[in-house]
Design a protein around this ligand. Structure first.
Ligand code: GCB
Length: 596
């Protein structure tokens, strides 16, 4: 990219997403103080802490964290005498009475702070589902919408020496114009579901950067570094000791430096997930990151990783904690899930249907697991509503901003099973255009639906034209037809592009046995997998598959007593970690593919 093009590119980012340039990336390696642990909470189904009795926002809401001035003063709440919840963590699985709760809960945390000169402080939330309004010492910092992406606010001028308090109003009411909308097949886990930190930075600091191999190249790095602060023109040093790189660049008056250099890199791949320590220095700020370099492209029907064709042996996931069935929030949760995927023979995981915790991406990076990363544009959202589009764009931007330097992420998915219409196409096209500006190196996909003409399965969704890889969900043998129908199907595509079957599957209750025609038995599920595998082998343009799903997960759409009990049972592993028969069938298929 020529310098001028880089500037146009970077200013177009700022123009499209003016509010987006606030996110501090690489939180893993930042200088931070954890605010995890117990937070005081007030459950507020009527939002009394926010609205007065005329339903107008109150000036003296719960965010003031008031205490009576004297014995005559009326204050009808008290955080200090209230219950607590653990952060990170969803509220539904921490208290029985909150299991089905959807609404507002106020969180409060007090902490001691010592003001340091020359230090700017930010509060950073890994995620809050769904709408969060954040206050510090009674002052509003801002609001964030979207339950699965990080956000931060600067708090420097609001902090005091000694005791400070943060109040967050978290509301997880489902909304018709939201992203996702009212209807999903997963639990609406509410709360401060991910880590919360205070991040300390110098006056001018390295806020964000893009240091990746240029599309199609195995040795040229192309990207940028962005400073945040007053002294904008500065020198930037980039050291990659293990690759013998030591380069200097200069930022422009907007604090942005274009980065370009070549090197001989050991390439990151599932077989060799090699990470370089990349050190970025600017004045008094130094940021380290562990970055893997690899290329990802398509050519005709092929997906090329580091220029070589690859087949994605995958599995879909939800961000659901193994054994305890709540929102997963720790590296340990994520390692368990990824280890199961490895045992299954996977080199790839579909992180459905929303952005996961940064821990998941970092673990996959170390373990060598390729990833599909998605935003919750799910089923039927409001395609014609500009606010819904802005919301989706915002979530997409935050997801890409956070993970654009992470090697395992190879695909950005724009959504799942969205019904065909002109308005939907326009909506998704604008997401795709933005994704390509934000990250010109990765592949774009979406999980689409096909149409059936007797035994023909036809891939002709007009969205396909704008995707690099076509994702298709199909449930032959569960929602459609009989398991054995799968082998009669002939797949045809209007696009000369790689296909990933992004979902297939059937449900089974672990330990429930019977003949292969009996629903909910492990035998039924295994039989679906057997026929599906036979079908997959015959699709010449198939380059990956991520069956639904690694582990049983909670869903309000699944009330059938005994078999479901509010779990979607399509897991190859139960919510208690027990492997069903179909697990071994898929594992054998993957093992054979590996040895080919
Ligand atoms: C789908 C959806 C997924 C559901 C799954 C099911 O097509 O993409 O979110 O959970 O089917 O089990 O029905």
């Amino acid at each position: 990219m020529k310098f001028l093009t880089a500037i146009i590119f970077l200013s177009s980012l700022t123009a499209i997403f003016p509010q987006q340039h606030y996110l501090i990336t690489n939180i893993t390696n930042r200088n931070k103080i954890s605010l995890d642990g117990k937070w005081r909470i007030i459950i507020d189904p009527y939002e009394v802490g926010y609205y007065d009795y005329r339903y107008k926002p109150r000036k003296d809401g719960y965010f003031l964290n008031k205490h009576p001035k004297d014995k005559n003063d009326l204050v009808e709440y008290n955080f200090d005498k209230s219950e607590t919840l653990e952060v990170p963590g969803d509220w539904n699985t921490q208290k029985k009475e909150l299991f089905l709760y959807e609404g507002t809960i106020w969180y409060k945390k007090s902490f001691n702070y010592k003001i340091k000169t020359g230090v700017r402080t930010f509060i950073y939330f890994g995620a809050a589902n769904y709408d969060a309004i954040v206050y510090i010492n009674g002052k509003k910092l801002g609001e964030h919408v979207g339950g699965f992406t990080p956000f931060n606010f600067e708090v420097t001028k609001y902090l005091k020496n000694g005791n400070n308090f943060i109040v967050v109003k978290v509301d997880d009411k489902r909304l018709k114009d939201g992203v996702p909308t009212l209807d999903t097949d997963w639990w609406n886990y509410g709360g401060l579901t991910r880590d919360v930190y205070l991040v300390e930075e110098p006056e001018t600091f390295i806020q964000d950067y893009f240091i990746q191999l240029k599309k199609g190249s195995l040795n040229e790095i192309s990207g940028w570094v962005k400073l945040n602060g007053i002294i904008k023109r500065k020198e930037i040093d980039i050291h990659i000791h293990a690759a013998g790189i030591d380069k200097k660049f200069e930022t422009n008056e907007n604090g942005i430096a274009e980065i370009k250099f070549s090197g001989k890199f050991k390439l990151w791949s599932p077989d060799n997930p090699y990470l370089y320590n990349v050190k970025i220095i600017s004045g008094t700020d130094t940021v380290n990151d562990q970055i893997g370099f690899r290329s990802i492209e398509t050519k005709g029907n092929e997906i090329l990783l580091n220029k070589k064709p690859i087949f994605l042996r995958g599995i879909s996931m939800h961000e659901e904690a193994p054994f305890r069935s709540g929102r997963a929030f720790s590296s340990a949760d994520d390692r368990t899930l990824l280890t199961w995927a490895k045992e299954l023979g996977c080199n790839y995981v579909r992180l459905a249907h929303y952005p996961y915790n940064e821990h998941m991406i970092r673990e996959a990076e170390k373990m060598g697991m390729l990833l599909w990363s998605e935003i919750p544009v799910y089923w039927t959202i409001q395609w014609e509503n500009p606010n819904t589009l802005e919301n989706a764009l915002n979530q997409l931007t935050e997801n890409i901003t956070r993970d654009k330097n992470r090697a395992p992420v190879i695909i950005w998915s724009m959504g799942n099973e969205t019904p065909r219409s002109d308005a939907r196409l326009k909506f998704l096209k604008s997401l795709i255009e933005s994704a390509r500006i934000l990250d010109p190196t990765r592949l774009i996909s979406a999980a689409t639906e096909t149409h059936y003409d007797r035994n023909k399965i036809i891939i002709d969704d007009p969205l396909g034209k704008y995707l690099d890889v076509i994702g298709v969900n199909e449930y032959i043998g569960w929602y459609n037809g009989k398991p054995e129908d799968a082998i009669k199907k002939e797949w045809v595509s209007e696009y000369n592009k790689p296909l990933i079957i992004s979902e297939l599957g059937a449900a089974a209750l672990y330990g429930y046995h019977g003949d292969k025609n009996t629903r909910w038995t492990e035998e039924y599920q295994a039989n679906v997998y057997k026929y599906q595998i036979e079908m997959l082998k015959k699709i010449s343009f198939l380059r990956g598959v991520s069956p639904w799903i690694l582990m049983d997960f909670r869903s309000p759409r699944r009330p059938l007593p005994y078999f479901q009990d509010f779990y979607n049972r399509k897991g190859l592993i139960s919510n208690r970690g027990e492997k069903k028969e179909a697990f071994y069938i898929l594992r054998d298929f993957y093992n054979k593919l590996k040895s080919n």
